[in-house]
Write a new protein. Structure first.
Length: 317
């Protein structure tokens, strides 16, 4: 009887977390729009853990008032538009391709935010050593740089973070290395090697599984690993073309391989919206037309909420 009572208590205690949704808030360069440089998103678990994904250039430094509490900074790869080689001076910098920026080299915007927030930096491949050195050089704890290698996972604040492959380059720009070595590398036209780029699969406390593609091309692992093994129901997918999958390629991945309930497009590299509405004829519009899943625009500052099955339950359009 006591065992059954205890089991009932545990079920009742966990029910609110299981019923609550995961909140996703894009942090772009202009409130209510989807702009060329937008990459950053905050994922908030029902139990309160907050993960900043690819802060890039549109988080206005560590003092950006939109950040709030951050427990984890999650970086897909080392390119400046994801790790933050510079950042906008303040929120609502406009939706231009080149807003006024403040340099973050060689520290990176990601490291500055992690230090200010006391957050862990979680990365895969060979990136943790780079971030550990940056944290140490800035007076932080190098142990706050946490590894999640391919095929494995780490759990931070109740959120399981697994690393999956991304087909993309991942060189460290000489400006992020700095000093005499960085200057010599820049003169030679070479970048640092920190291994392959990555994507991530996050499993939240309410049961939602989300795939964050990072920057990637088409990869069989999207079917075999992300769909078949992890069963992701929410996808954040790059669509920008040239540097990553384009609109039709991304739609193919989603329709044929991933089959999520919902998708949030990312990395469009265009002024994708005006007045919060998708621009007709844009890459984003073509992607939305070609995709079977429910597509939610990542309008800066608008919070989307998702249940365990990947359905948008609040903030949806």
């Amino acid at each position: 009887m006591l065992h059954r009572t205890a089991a009932l208590f545990l079920m009742l205690a966990s029910a609110p977390a299981l019923a609550a949704g995961v909140k996703v808030t894009p942090l772009g360069s202009q409130q209510g729009e989807f702009c060329p440089k937008d990459r950053a998103m905050v994922f908030e678990d029902p139990k309160g853990t907050r993960i900043l994904y690819d802060p890039g250039m549109t988080v206005a430094g560590a003092s950006d008032p939109r950040l709030g509490k951050i427990d984890v900074v999650l970086i897909s790869h080392m390119h400046g538009d994801h790790v933050g080689s510079a950042h906008i001076k303040a929120p609502n910098a406009g939706c231009a391709d080149t807003p006024q920026m403040v340099s973050d080299v060689p520290e990176t915007n990601a490291v500055a935010i992690a230090l200010a927030k006391g957050a862990k930096i979680v990365t895969g491949s060979e990136m943790p050593a780079f971030f550990a050195a940056k944290l140490k050089a800035a007076g932080g704890d190098p142990r706050d740089s946490v590894l999640a290698r391919f095929g494995a996972s780490v759990t931070v604040g109740g959120v399981k973070i697994a690393t999956v492959p991304a087909l993309h380059s991942n060189g460290v720009a000489p400006d992020l290395i700095g000093g005499e070595l960085g200057a010599q590398m820049k003169a030679a036209g070479i970048a640092g090697d920190v291994g392959p780029a990555t994507g991530y699969v996050l499993t939240f406390s309410n049961g939602l599984v989300a795939y964050l593609s990072g920057d990637t091309g088409l990869s069989a692992e999207q079917k075999l690993v992300v769909h078949d093994h992890y069963h992701a129901k929410l996808a954040v997918m790059n669509i920008g073309d040239t540097y990553t999958t384009g609109p039709s390629e991304a739609a193919f991945v989603l329709n044929q391989w991933l089959e999520p309930t919902s998708v949030i497009p990312s990395h469009a590299n265009e002024v994708a919206t005006q007045g919060g509405k998708v621009v007709p004829g844009s890459k984003t519009a073509r992607f939305m037309d070609a995709t079977n899943a429910d597509t939610l625009l990542p309008l800066s500052g608008r919070t989307l909420t998702f249940d365990s099955k990947g359905n948008c339950t609040a903030g949806c359009q």
